[in-house]
Design a protein around this ligand. Sequence first.
Ligand SMILES: [Zn+2]
Ligand SMILES: [Zn+2]
Length: 98
Amino acid sequence: MPLDLVQEAWEKSATEHVDMAVQCQLSSHDGGEHYGLFSDTGEYGTATWLRWRERAEAELVALPDCPVVATGSDGEACCLFDGHAEHHTWEAVKNARS
Ligand SMILES: [Zn+2]
Ligand SMILES: [Zn+2]
């Protein structure tokens, strides 16, 4: 689906309740921008993310995947985007286990 169609569909739905519809994927952080995965079916190596701030309208952005992979034998990939703030998703999993 072309991105502008996705955006249109999104804007027709409850934009004001975006923080309830899509959960921020970043580990807990104070304020700033929130990112929720909207679709990972875009071009190879990219995903479509919803980006929003408190009390501001959300926008759709296409971002490259985070290239940082966990060290060690499992080599788990991060589910976030390149240049994200906070922890990689595999770090959060490790912290939860310990
Ligand atoms: Zn957030
Ligand atoms: Zn990452």
